[in-house]
Design a protein around this ligand. Structure first.
Ligand code: CMC
Length: 428
């Protein structure tokens, strides 16, 4: 017998269906609630609201489980490649060897960015934040590929748009890095892989390719895979909601980049390293900062701690912590903030405030230390998060389209003035 939920509204009882996901998650279906009763539900921050049914990513915050299309994140991080994971997320299954090769080749052939894009890119002040530049440039791609504006584009046109964006994103990110240094851009190489091409465009120089330690390329691979999707978070929900108006992929992803920028979301990775630096420069007293984080009159929060969904541990943080130790050791880097990070983690994990609220280090706590060891400036960290998250945003945008989901349009409970008489300015 299928389960039902009942709502008693004054003297009327309404029966609501209960839906069960493949991992046994339960949802009360309120789709018809307003039509049947005139009532809406109120849930600030969507803490209890499922906005969609999705077959892309499963995460269990209590047990610290994260799977992409049914594959454990630990296995993918250990053995897969970023483009294989991208294909898996977007198209639902792991590709065959030939299909993956074709996908890679298609993406590599799209890594060049139209030279005209450089003209307005040149107008950004060199000190402008990389995330602002990234969202503008990704949105601007729509001007160069007007065929992608058609909401009824064919599957083939959709595929071309997808590989175009995956191909161009690393090149655009590298332009932003080079501009901040005042250096000329390095063009992508046809025969190189996605990650070594990206790293060369970032750290190489014109006519002087950079050779990277395998440990560096591997750390980058792991970081990109770990960030590739995370179900209905703030930026992904933004991508889906913007796309639900039939806005094109570039516009939808550009909006997602802006949502990611905030320090409560992807911007936390930059905020963490700045916080660790501040603690170090302030004498390294981690307990002082733990006390600040607990003080409700102090706006300070422990950046890189806490998560809306993970209430036990963030499996990505575990993998990253290990990758961080490995890469620092292999590169022989001795970063003093790593020590501060470890002390802070220890102190927070044994503090009752953090225990009671189930606050654990999240993905951003250690990622910045690795990015820094690889040579990235801290304001580039969130851009790297965006590069990793791109396949997830695309997969979610595509799923929303394939499911023909309605335009996203929440309701509200109006609490403003009711009726007021307007008095013209000269009579007030
Ligand atoms: N430091 C101190 N207290 C905290 C923190 C923190 N980092 N995070 C949550 N709390 C407290 C919060 O004050 C509240 O306490 P109380 O119940 O006494 O009022 C309680 O814990 C619950 O917090 P919340 O803000 O209601 O939880 P949320 O689910 O709305 O927010 C969060 C989740 C990630 C925004 C929040 O934990 C936070 O601000 N963390 C720091 C920023 C951060 O690291 N963000 C990256 C998240 S992971 C990357 C991503 O996927 O975006």
């Amino acid at each position: 017998m299928s389960e039902k939920a009942y709502i008693k509204l004054n003297n009327t009882e309404l029966e609501l269906p209960i839906l069960t996901g493949t991992e046994n998650e339960k949802a009360i279906d309120i789709t018809k609630l307003r039509d049947q009763s005139g009532y809406i539900t109120l849930d600030a921050g969507f803490k209890n609201t499922g906005a969609t049914k999705s077959a892309i990513t499963f995460l269990d915050g209590e047990r610290g489980i994260l799977k992409y299309r049914g594959y454990n994140i630990e296995d993918l991080a250990e053995r897969s490649t970023f483009l294989e994971v991208a294909y898996l997320l977007i198209y639902g299954d792991l590709p065959s060897k030939d299909r993956l090769e074709e996908f890679r080749t298609d993406i590599k052939s799209k890594m060049m960015v139209h030279e005209d894009m450089k003209m307005f890119f040149a107008g950004f002040p060199s000190k402008s934040h990389p995330m602002g530049q990234l969202s503008c440039l990704v949105g601007a791609l729509s001007a160069f590929y007007p065929e992608s504006l058609n909401p009824n584009m064919s599957e083939e046109e959709e595929y071309k748009t997808i590989i175009n964006l995956i191909g161009k994103m690393p090149t655009i990110v590298s332009w932003i890095q080079k501009k901040s240094l005042g250096h000329p851009v390095v063009y992508p190489k046809k025969d190189w892989g996605y990650i070594d091409n990206f790293m060369n465009m970032i750290f190489g120089e014109v006519n002087c390719d950079k050779v990277f330690d395998d440990a560096v390329l591997d750390a980058m691979r792991v970081l990109l895979i770990l960030h590739a999707d995370h179900e209905q978070n703030c930026s992904t929900s933004t991508v889906r909601i913007v796309g639900s108006s039939n806005a094109n992929l570039y516009a939808s992803v550009s909006a997602g980049i802006n949502a990611l920028w905030g320090p409560l979301h992807g911007g936390a990775n930059q905020a963490v390293i700045e916080m660790l630096e501040d603690i170090k420069n302030d004498g390294g007293d981690v307990n002082k900062y733990i006390t600040k984080a607990k003080d409700k009159n102090d706006p300070f929060r422990l950046m890189g701690f806490g998560h809306r969904v993970y209430k036990n541990f963030d499996p990505r943080a575990r993998i990253i912590k290990k990758a961080c130790d490995d890469v620092l050791e292999k590169l022989g880097v001795n970063d003093p903030v790593l020590d501060i990070a470890k002390q802070l983690e220890q102190a927070a994990l044994s503090d009752q405030y953090f225990i009671d609220r189930k606050l654990y280090p999240n993905v951003d706590f250690y990622s910045g230390i690795i990015y820094r060891a690889l040579g990235f400036k801290s304001d580039m960290f969130t851009v790297l998060f965006a590069l990793g998250r791109l396949p997830g945003w695309i997969a979610q945008w595509k799923e929303m389209r394939d499911n023909k989901e309605p335009i996203g349009r929440p309701r509200q409970l109006y609490i403003g003035e009711t009726e007021r008489e307007y008095v013209p300015l000269d009579k007030r």
